[in-house]
Design a protein. Sequence first.
Lengths: 164, 668
Amino acid sequence: MKEKKEKQEETTQIIVFKLGEEEFGVNILQVREIEKLDQGITRVPKAPHFVEGVINLRGEIIPIVDLRARFGLTIPEIGLNSRVIIVEVGEALVGMLVDAVEEVLRIPVSAIEPAPAITKGVDSYFLAGVAKIGERLIVLLNLERTLSPEEEKELKEAELGVEQ
Amino acid sequence: MDVSQYLNVFMDECQEHLQTLNQSLLALEQEPNNTDILNAIFRAAHTLKGASATMGFNKMSNVTHAMEDVLSLLRQNELQVSAELVNVLFEALDLLEVLAQGIAEGREEDVEIAGVIQRLQKFSSKSQEQEAKAETGSQQERRKTLQLRYLPAEIEQIKKAVEDGLTLYHLHVYLQDECLLKGARAFMILREIEAHGEIVRTIPTSKELEDERFENDFIIGILSKKPLENLVQFLEKMLDVAKVEGEVVNPENLLVERRGGEVTKASSSSPGPDQQKTAHAKAPSNVSPTVRVDIRKLDDLMNLVGELVITRSRLEQLSLEKKDQTLAETVEHLSRLTMDLRDQVLKTRMVPVEHVFSRFPRLVRDLAKETGKEVHLEISGAETELDRTVIDEIADPLVHIIRNSVDHGIEKPEERKAAGKPLPGVVALNAYQAGNNVIIEVTDDGAGLNLDKIKSKALERGIVTEEVLENMSEEDVMNLIFLPGFSTSDKVTDISGRGVGMDVVKTKITNLGGIVELSSQPGEGTKITIRLPLTLAIIQTLIVQLGNEVFAIPSTLIDQTISVAKKDIKMLRNREVTFYRGEVIPLIRLQEFLEVPEARNTAQDELDVVVISNGERRVGFVVDTLLRQQDVVIKSLGKYLGNIPGIAGATILGNGKIALILDLRSVA
């Protein structure tokens, strides 16, 4: 989805989820599974502030990142619809805490456009682009940046407009 | 050929052979005439040569080849074991270890090998000179080197043939010096003589003869019906033959060749075939069938078993609720199987400490030579088993302790004599299992720790003040050597003065969940005791509660758990303190460090306190409730979270919840 080819047939699949009322998407190839929060999250003191804690995924300890905290949005309560999307980043498995998972969507690659500097309150540093599907505007995440634990350094670079 | 996939197997084998070489060379130094040891060394060098050549590690194969040349001369008694020779062989072994390291790191090419090979070749060429000299000696001597030996089966065959009326002759054929194409000539001779009888054996072998790998003469062992004179005359008539000596041989007096080249006389009381049988039967018994398994696979297995143990606990809870007799029995059975499985998996990870201990005789030998001391290393309990991961980690600290024992502990020979102590000095290495721990003791009968020296050094280094020193017990003074930046040796020696102190030893062992203790008697020696957990994968913990959260504290870190009344808490420089074993220790409310919001201990009158010992410092951590002791499977928090200070990992409890394992030393 990073390449923008004009062929109409070329599509990509994304998983659409909600943070508040806004719709976000991640490439389905990076998603391992989607979990409910049955067991609750174990808090990890001294961890980065956007790490909500860890969960037990069939014996594996998986860190959970709260995307709202990561993007500096208001922090919601964990509700009935809250889900954890387990994604693979580098060699690590990380869970993203989202308010709800909506659907799997097949979108044409041509519908993806570069994200404006700030989209729905999220810095474009974290974004891979914006998909316009009819009336809907789905913000696509750059998971490597979104989930990088070295937030401060990279955030600063983002503010200074330094591209890596 | 892409050999990368075989590299691990090669490295494993390589380590094994290097270890064999090390042990056998040490043994050879003690028993220079033991052919078994020599054969073991030869085999190891030979296998290593073959393996490294196959893998394309030319430097290693060159070094082993040079070693092999020297060793094969030793085996043929053409070279004698000398101290100088053993030193060069050790040097070669060290070089092989460097090469192995280099291969592992992909920089074998950087290692310089020419010097060692040259020194090895000095020995192999020396003996060739001697051989050349021997050749000019009398023929009587020459004959001694050419002796026909037979396999036991061949001797049986000869005995039968003799019973059938044949005679065994040894025909010693000398070719003319000017003979060209000696190999072809020898081949012709063998073919011609074959018409007159059955050739049992020749020396050199017929293959060697054909390849012209012989001097000027050879012996044929032949069974024939014809008289000796006829055969000798027949041979003497042949072209290029200078002389033939023939003799009739009694089959009862034949020399037997056995595997390994050992020579014994066959006698009718111990017939050949039996000997061969025992030789064959012996060989396989030395090798126990094993499978090499990647340690990571065992880790995975251990994790799965850990999961099983947790699921079992859940099942047990469910069956208690259901109150069904059959279910309860089945769950009970499952429980037992699970625990057996866990024990077995743990056992597969166990390795005898011999793996580490085996390198120490060499270490002590070298150290003793360097320092001019006489030291004997006694090893006991080498069969004691420890988890593989612990074994790998324990080697360096032990090396350091043993270095210290030889360098600082054992006195010079003249000092020992003056003190009326026996020579050599003894460093004893002892391992044994005690419950869930393995104890390793390093004892020396040297001078013991010099307390005054430690005190003055500690003052000089500014580690303690004079006032503090005065109030210290002898034990406390001794323990000063575990503090960073301490070294009792006045001079920096090659052995102990590498800037690595006992503090590093202590840190490493504590990181393994172990404990180091020290005791010493002036003039009688020092004893260092290391207590290690059997395995790193499963540790014993104390489960504590704070607010609504539970945490696990490794039992090895805990000094004691105490109950402190609120009135016994005093304030000192704005910090809470209390009395513990006659000393004032700081109290830390664990919730402050762990940022637990709803801890209840602030409102309690009696506080549960876990006292953690971090070297000399003791700190009390206040929790809400002590729940229970529990063995837990350690899991890492993963790369994403990385190292978080104060948290050693996590574990999954019986109810499926995660409890963090606290490493409170960094807080204390």
